[in-house]
Unconditional design. Structure first.
Length: 402
């Protein structure tokens, strides 16, 4: 079987990483995966590659011209970019031999539902919803701490028109299967599209994301072995949806001295402080084996998102035996089960987050007691090959449908 993945980013970003992992799992099951991407990644994910990739986005010259046009006529530039991107994509698809099209996230490219509607209606197509953009006119719709409503990665100013294109596209497909990464994503998709949507969680290479002795992990990172350490991902501090301000304020209000926090992401490397908390920024870490060391070094990992379709970081931490403290939103409750794999707090509730941290400080053995149940959840739910076989079932069912 030969499957064509359509993914906006090559390997960077949560959706692209999830697609890459699925491609690896499918390769282990004997499926050949060809991947078209429309935006070149500025860095690689650091994970193995067992698929063939091809850039089918805008050539360099038109891209430069369109970026210049945006400064003067932004709407015209966007329209032109989408038309050109559609032409390059459709030509590449028509010239390629494959059995089934599998669409992942495409909103970071110039590809649209209108472009995909130009493909034959009988083309067997699977669409995985990594966030809400595939079936909704924005990736996420949420409120900031000040109560301002935000549309993240909006598809146009007119939501009704954008949604109509989605309904038109999905309604025109004769051989279609929809998949979501969480129960919350699937429920929202079915509300918007009125099309059945299957839930298939992401898969992980559990031989890589596995528990490492905590003291050894801390020594490897130069961290104090006896400190209470929180972990978090700082790759998207500037995006309000990730809720970094909630975590920052909760840390600032902690009275206990000697607390540490470690972060992975694009922030500058080095030590700083937030109130009594020493924060060590480790910088971008793309190697998954090193990520496993970071996860294993923490007593708990914090995900304070204001909206989230699933929360892949939570999966990685839990697989390494580290419980997660996370906002009770979107698909996170699929992963963070209270007193089994972590603890939930209401979205944007700084006091509730602080209270959970303080409770863990009073009983520092709590996270150690959860290491086994965290790992057990990962092994029962997120094995990469098992999730790949779930998709194989979807593929075979779709290809056998008349």
């Amino acid at each position: 079987m030969r499957v064509l993945f359509l993914s906006d980013l090559e390997t960077a970003g949560g959706a692209a990483i999830a697609a890459s992992r699925l491609a690896n799992g499918l390769a282990l099951e004997g499926v050949e995966v060809l991947r078209f991407f429309g935006t070149k990644a500025t860095h690689q994910s650091g994970e193995p590659v067992h698929w063939h990739a091809r850039y089918v986005g805008l050539p360099r010259a038109p891209e430069i011209a369109i970026n210049g046009l945006k400064r003067v006529f932004p709407r015209t530039a966007v329209t032109l970019a989408r038309r050109l991107a559609r032409a390059y994509l459709l030509r590449a698809v028509r010239e390629t031999r494959f059995d089934l099209l599998h669409v992942h996230a495409i909103h970071n490219s110039c590809w649209t539902h209108a472009a995909l509607a130009r493909l034959p209606s009988a083309l067997p197509t699977v669409w995985t919803f990594h966030d809400f953009w595939g079936f909704s006119p924005e990736s996420y719709r949420f409120k900031t701490l000040e109560g301002k409503e935000i549309r993240l990665k909006p598809d146009g100013l007119n939501r009704e028109v954008s949604q109509e294109w989605r309904l038109r596209y999905f309604g025109s497909r004769e051989r279609l299967r929809l998949v979501a990464n969480s129960r919350a994503t699937a429920t929202y998709a079915e509300t918007c599209l009125h099309v059945p949507t299957r839930v298939i969680p992401y898969g992980l290479a559990l031989d890589i994301y596995q528990p490492i002795d905590r003291a050894s992990a801390r020594r490897a990172l130069g961290l104090p072995t006896e400190a209470f350490i929180l972990g978090f991902s700082a790759d998207t501090i500037s995006e309000p949806v990730k809720g970094y301000r909630v975590l920052h304020e909760a840390l600032r209000q902690l009275d206990d001295a000697g607390i540490w926090a470690i972060s992975m992401g694009s922030s500058a490397v080095g030590d700083s402080s937030v109130g009594n908390v020493t924060v060590r920024a480790l910088g971008r870490i793309d190697n998954p084996r090193v990520q496993a060391i970071v996860y294993s070094a923490a007593d708990a990992f914090v995900i304070p998102s204001l909206a989230e379709a699933l929360g892949q970081v939570a999966m990685e931490a839990i697989s390494c035996g580290t419980p997660v403290i996370a906002s009770d939103t979107g698909g996170i409750p699929d992963l963070v089960i209270p007193d089994q794999s972590g603890w939930l707090f209401p979205v944007a509730d700084i006091a509730a987050l602080r209270a959970i941290i303080e409770r863990l400080l009073r009983d520092r053995d709590t996270s150690e007691r959860l290491r086994h149940s965290c790992r057990a959840l990962a092994e029962s739910s997120w094995d990469l090959r098992r999730r790949a076989r779930d998709y194989l079932d979807v593929y075979r069912d779709l290809l056998s449908a008349q």
